[in-house]
Design a protein around this ligand. Sequence first.
Ligand SMILES: [Zn+2]
Length: 220
Amino acid sequence: MKNEGIIIKTIPYKETSKIVYLYTNDGIKSVKALGAKKPKNNSFGFGEIGNIVSYISSDSNFPSVSEYEILYSSYKLTSDYNSIMALSKIIELLNNIPEDSIHHRIYPFVKNIIMNLENNPLKALSIFLIKMTFNFGVSPKLDSCIICGNDNVIDFDFKLGGAICINHSNKDNEFLSIIKEYYKEKKEIEEYSNCDYKKLLSYLNEYYLIHTNIDLKIKW
Ligand SMILES: [Zn+2]
């Protein structure tokens, strides 16, 4: 069976092998990579977290990989701290993805995010985290005040998880329009507006912690 996926977790299996977990169009799958712990073995690259691979696996309940090809190697990110950090947060979230998510729509989106990480990792991570809120059932409320329902919203409150109106906030928050744009619009990464990503990611870290119980541990 031919498959494609992002490697999100590996665990040792017997002496020299690994069980490899991949995020795919159909959700998380696991396969045995025999000999993957030996550097000279030809399935070594199959066990690298963050790699995107196409592979052929045997047709059984606990399939093993017979052939694979690396479509994207995460190795090239190893010189840039922000890229590695962003990749590790994406992988962590994929490991926690609810089983009933719409995987065939999420997979191509995540693949595109990972393949573009090196250009602007903090922006790519921010877009990923904001769009993914939907899959964790905690979509931000954006069009009316989360406290009173008023449409005249000017601010976004990460703790409450929604927009707030002019009566409940005294500050214009640049992130309300960013979250609206990132959440609702669909375009290439570079076409989205830019903002202060370190600040936004600190807020998103808080948002995920409060609303999904996932601690992404994004710290500067
Ligand atoms: Zn209000």
